[in-house]
Design a protein around this ligand. Structure first.
Ligand code: NAP
Length: 240
């Protein structure tokens, strides 16, 4: 029997990167997975109606819910605070913070109703250490870390586990989205990382799977995972 046989999971933002790798890993472990994203045309976490419709459709299709992976997220721009754009700040906070809170609020009643479950939030090392010219993303991930702790407080006494997975540099579409399609700038973020390079999406999916497959009374609160060459948010060793 596979570790997640019979489990029903939602993974948000599964059209690329960490979300896609996580959906694959959960399926390989036996779970039935319902995925959503804007490019799939079925979920915009910044839109309350789209989010509510998505959760309703997922729960109907899966026949209940055991796992929510709050992965949808992005960054926009790489500028000092005083040059940061209003629309970029709004998009980052609306997606990473309000979108994650909304999806959690919509899913918790189903997890509780179905006898318990597990919520995994994608935090970041940017939610632990700030780094220059990333203020809105840093603020959003500090908020995710705080919200995840608050969720643990509110769920105490209920059989719902909560995990924050805080990754460092992971090579995905993240930087292309942050630099608004500029491939050169995006590529530079992941180039010349020493000691074997950056993480890949599957490294984060492995951590998520580890947290999900512990004994039911074991709650992995936080996993912080970085490439060997990265020792804190902005400190990454590169080969010259
Ligand atoms: P990615 O490859 O760009 O994937 C982001 C996913 O989020 C895509 O599927 C995207 O799909 C979805 N998304 C964005 N806005 C959305 C919205 N409004 N509604 C629904 N889905 C939305 O980036 P990634 O690196 O895999 O990032 C996934 C998560 O990991 C994010 O929360 C990110 O902050 C976090 N993280 C990333 C890293 C890193 O270095 N890459 C490190 C730590 C944490 P659509 O655009 O089709 O909607």
């Amino acid at each position: 029997m596979a570790a997640l046989d019979g489990k029903r999971a939602i993974v948000t933002g599964a059209s690329s990167g960490i979300g896609a790798a996580t959906a694959r890993a959960l399926e390989e472990a036996g779970a039935r997975v319902y995925t959503g994203s804007r490019s799939a045309g079925n979920l915009d976490v910044t839109d309350p109606e789209s989010s509510a419709r998505f959760v309703e459709a997922a729960v109907a299709e899966l026949g209940g819910l055991d796992i929510l992976v709050n992965n949808a997220g992005l960054s926009r721009g790489r500028d000092p605070v005083w040059e940061s754009l209003e629309e970029d700040e709004r998009e980052v906070i609306e997606t990473n913070v309000l979108g994650l809170m909304r999806m959690t609020r919509l899913c918790v009643p189903h997890l509780v109703e179905d006898g318990g479950g597990h919520i995994v939030n994608l935090g970041s090392v940017a939610g632990i250490w700030s780094y220059p010219s990333g203020s809105s993303y840093v603020a959003s991930k500090f908020a995710v870390h705080g919200y995840t702790r608050a969720l643990r407080d509110d769920l105490q006494g209920k059989p719902v586990r909560v995990t924050n997975v805080a990754g460092g540099l992971v090579e995905t579409n993240f930087s292309k989205v942050r630099f608004k399609g500029d491939e050169e700038k995006a590529k530079a973020v992941y180039s010349n990382v020493a000691l074997g390079g950056p993480l890949v999406a599957e490294d984060i999916a492995d951590c998520i799977l580890f947290a999900l497959t512990r004994r039911p009374n074991v709650n992995i609160d936080e996993i912080v995972v970085m490439a060997l060459a990265q020792v804190s948010g902005g400190n990454i060793l590169r080969e010259s």
